[in-house]
Write a protein that binds this ligand. Structure first.
Ligand code: NAP
Length: 327
């Protein structure tokens, strides 16, 4: 038996979650069985905990898009019992059971060994948010954006993706400007992370002109909608934006002018289905650049029973930084 948090619907269609014991047959398929040390709480987990049908495809489901743990059984040649591994996305907590459980079956195809630089708790604190931040920063590096090219704008900056992006960019020597809806409350937090300036998100959240005064060499966006469109309209010639999220909206109500008049590039970031090569590259960047003391300064540890309430608070915009979930 294993203890897990399960999201389900009752007869009236009401979504509920409960922590209970399930048998190993409940855990589904996969060539690795792991003892989960930690999962984490991401925006998508908060949606799953609320039963959002856009995230959870089947009910009942164990949420948790991240899992860090030790292999107990392996049918994969590359992994042995005792290996400490990390898996981000790959359908966990969406198309199949995720990490809010003591034991979990996963597929080796998207699984990597946790870099030795990190404890399992730190690996989960990084989680999908940090992995996505690293994929985004890695994408800017691959496109040749250099610290000397100018400022980088990070949107949704108090969130998990935003916070870790600011830190990684600062570590790499970039000048970072943070965009947030909570300047008063978290301005100091963002400056401590490495932002040289903190801007109110209201400046970019409404409809703007298709081309605006050029300022940014790069943008790491997790917000979408008007914010991303305005950020694109403010990118300097040849600059690059990454888009991973939709905290403001999934729409992109803009024009092609930044692309055809300033050679701006827009790169999509997908952590769920990222191939192994990109996963290894992003985790290597994290291992090289991330200061674990900084990570721990904005990470909270939650039990399974606390996850649903924390998810609701996250959706209400009342959290910041990262939370790990200990099953
Ligand atoms: N593509 C992928 O693979 C991938 C992976 C991870 C995450 N994501 C997506 O990226 C986004 C961020 O994820 P996360 O885990 O960092 O979430 P998070 O911790 O909840 O952070 C989201 C941040 O967005 C800002 N925000 C919230 N509502 C907003 C609004 N209406 N308008 C503008 N900004 C708003 C808030 O920052 P401020 O208060 O500082 O403004 C909030 O802290 C989510 O949409 C998530 O689904 C995508």
């Amino acid at each position: 038996m294993t203890r897990a948090l399960i999201v389900n619907k009752d007869e009236s269609g009401q979504v509920n979650s409960e922590v209970r014991e399930v048998g190993e047959d409940f855990l589904g398929e996969g060539d690795l069985l792991i003892d989960v040390a930690y999962s984490s709480l991401n925006y998508k987990d908060a949606l799953a905990l609320a039963g959002n049908p856009g995230v959870v495809r089947n009910l009942p489901i164990i949420p948790g898009i991240d899992a860090v743990g030790t292999i107990v059984e392996s049918d994969a040649a590359d992994f042995q019992p005792g290996d400490v591994v990390v898996l981000n996305g790959a359908g966990l907590g969406e198309r199949r059971h995720g990490g809010y459980t003591q034991r979990l079956r996963i597929d080796s195809a998207s699984t990597i060994r946790l870099p030795e630089a990190f404890t399992p708790e730190q690996g989960a604190a990084i989680g999908t948010a940090g992995f996505t931040a690293a994929l985004s920063v890695d994408a800017l590096l691959r496109q040749g954006v250099k610290p000397g090219d100018g400022e980088i704008l990070v949107t949704g900056s108090t969130g998990g993706v935003g916070s870790i992006s600011i830190h990684l960019l600062k570590q790499l020597g970039y000048t970072v400007v943070a965009l947030t809806g909570r300047v008063e409350e978290y301005g100091d937090y963002l400056r401590d992370l490495g932002a040289t300036e903190v801007l109110d998100r209201a400046a970019l959240s409404g409809q703007g002109k298709p081309l605006q005064q050029a300022r940014w060499a790069g943008v790491v966006d997790s917000v979408g909608s008007h914010t991303l469109v305005n950020a694109l309209a403010q990118i300097k010639w040849g600059g690059v934006a990454t888009a991973c999220g939709l905290a403001q909206g999934a729409d992109l109500p803009g024009s092609v002018l930044p692309f055809i008049l300033r050679g701006v590039q827009l790169l999509g970031i997908n952590s769920v289905d990222a191939p192994l090569e990109l996963r290894e590259s992003a985790w290597a960047l994290l291992a090289e650049q991330l200061d674990t003391a900084v990570l721990e300064s904005f990470t909270e540890v939650l039990g399974l029973e606390e996850a649903a309430a924390a998810g609701a608070a996250l959706l209400a915009g009342k959290r910041h930084g990262r939370a790990v979930v200990k099953p």
